[in-house]
Write a protein that binds this ligand. Sequence first.
Ligand code: ATP
Length: 459
Amino acid sequence: MAENDNKMEKVVALCKRRGFVFQGSDIYGGLAGTWDFGPLGVALNNNIKKEWWKMFVEDREDMYGLDAAIVMNAKVWQASGHTGAGFADPLVEDLETKERYRADHLLKDNGIDADGMTLEEITALIQEKGIKSPKGNELSEARQFNLMFESRVGATSGEEGKVYLRPETAQGIFVNFKNVIDSMHPKMPFGIAQVGKAFRNEIAPREFLFRVREFEQMEIEYFVKPEEWEAQFEVWRENLWKWFDHLGLSRANVQEYEVPENDLAHYSRRTIDFEYNFPGKGFDELAGFAYRTDHDLNSHMKASGIDLRYTESDGTKFIPHVLEPSFGVGRAITAVLCEAYKEDEMGGEVRTYLALPKHLAPFRVMVSPLLKNKEELVDKAREVYTLLKRAFPNVAWDDNGNVGKRYRRQDEIGTPYCITIDFETLGQEDPSLKDTVTVRDRDTGEQKRVAIALLTSVL
Ligand code: ATP
């Protein structure tokens, strides 16, 4: 289908044109790996996070919310293993231009899977296969590059004031584990959820929101008895599928990838990546689901000297094991937009529209008067707008251009319904149609007349 040609480029262009996503620091030539959400992007972003919070926190009795600080004591990252090789990517440098590349990505581009390889093996393969940089030059030996952004707190210099911007929200949960059990007294099993920014100094940020240096995560640490992890793993696996259904992603475009043992993160004994079929790229990680054993609580208990065991009602103490579903908001937004992007023909013209689920669309409905210079129409439309605003916070008002143009604009930003107030609404043509409006459906373009009194239930 034509809509799939360069679909990613079309989605990126639409995002800029319609105020979803802009390049970060745009007027200064941008800053690689950063993107800014515009008026519609922030609405979509917030809707995804709101739905996630509702599904995984508000609608459950076993989940507790948290919002920890981004800058944490450096000891957190030493204990979790992030300051070591476990949180580093293999880097090679173009010996001429000094540009840096992910060695595993260069190998992948040459059809070689570098998962689990040592730096020496990577270097040897690059030499053996004669792999050059994308600019055609010789490459350096591979070395580890830690992905954490460093900063300093206060006026101290040297190692003393060194801190890191968190590369994942998860550790904020582990270091608050004791605070949550002491204040909330949760029963096993239970989870702690957090949504927030994470930072990774990616060697080569690329592919729109897919690999960036500043992004948001939605993470859950679900604490279980050690012997129950396998049963709970299956329950959460299903929960992840329910979430992707809720995002409107078709099951054909989502798949599970069982991460092989030699490529598991330093903290994990089993991980399934949930992958999305990104246009032009193919299946790649949308979210991760890891069994982290008791690695984190254990490490923090040893490093801090604080008892992080859970006490059962009979007094038994143990370190809970943890299941971690980890979602990136930016990758979810990209998948949702790619899934929703459609082209068809309407009224003899090619039309672009976003078939976004109602609960995610930046606007639920748009209201407009047929003509903007007829006071009676505008007054009535304002009345309907105010009425709908009480039911839905995200109602758009559009009186620019003609009605056809307004519909196309709303189609392109994914507004499920458009309502037009015309002379029939005023009862001027057919008294039986007084106080009815035209409701146009985004996906089919069909229009029907609906009584104003029934609007909120119809929408
Ligand atoms: P990748 O292998 O693609 O680098 P990862 O396995 O390191 O990802 P995790 O540490 O499992 O990623 O992070 C959980 C989620 O956070 C990912 O599934 C993804 O949605 C998101 N995420 C991680 N790194 C980035 C990034 N640089 N840009 C955007 N999202 C990211």
